[in-house]
Design a binder for this molecule. Sequence first.
Ligand SMILES: *Cc1c(COP(=O)(O)O)cnc(C)c1O
Length: 302
Amino acid sequence: MDVVIDLGRISRNVSAIKRATGVAVLGVVKADAYGLGAREVAGAVRELVDGWCVFSLDEAIAAGLGGTGKPTLAIGPAEAERVAEYVGHNVRPGVCCAEDARALRAARGVLCVDTGMRRFACPAEEVERVIEAGGIDEAFTHAARLDQVERLVEMTGGRGLRLHAAGSALLGEPRAWLDAVRPGLAMYEGAMRVSGRLAEVREARGPVGYTGFTAGRIGVMVGGYSNGVRKGRCVVNGRMARLAEVGMQSSYVDLSEIEARAGDEVILLGEGVGAAEVAGDWGTSPQAVLVGLGLSGRRRYL
Ligand SMILES: *Cc1c(COP(=O)(O)O)cnc(C)c1O
């Protein structure tokens, strides 16, 4: 399968976020930049962002984020014994308890407060103690809704801390921007194109495949669930089609209404097929679609 990443589109997305919000942008490049390639994405937008956000120290090291000249926030569980590495790679750990905050003081831990996510986050009654223990100057929360942003401000405001809460879902909400935004999905919107090729096209005579589905004409695409492919929409020769059954390394495309021949392209993402629509077909999130399909083949960069 063919995966093409448009780095120019990612740069334009980041610039648009920066222009719209006017606050610092922490580019979320965790999970290998949602399958788009953290090292390549970081190289493309390093001048545009104010910092990075990853899950773990090891992700920051693997992507070479320390070499971009911008600081990184690692939001996963803090690794208290690796303080020198945090400092050396310009990574600030998220901290949510006083012991970690104290042990990682030299790495300038960032307080993560619990406003409802109930993971890697500090409960309200501990906030004061953690701020004290870590010499904290920045705090954030994982927020899906505006009331969580308000909760963060209630719990940590008025102390001169730098505050942030908004991921992509809250970019349209000015009251959520605070001092910085942390877009993941919104950076990658429209930047990944994934396609396979038809190895065979034939008129179906009777039931097809493991499930015995029926179709007038079928195509067999190389690429299956081992490539992250799931049942759902696709585009063949400019027409909307459907992946009717997915196997380990090949999939059946229902071509009943579509002229196609072996060698034609099957577009799974991009060119009128958005990650949100595919996510609807798959019963998952757009982020999961990107991560799944980003690893489906060798990535090429524009
Ligand atoms: C993943 C993540 C984000 C980005 O989420 P999107 O919805 O993809 O923009 C922001 N903040 C935190 C803490 C995250 O874990």
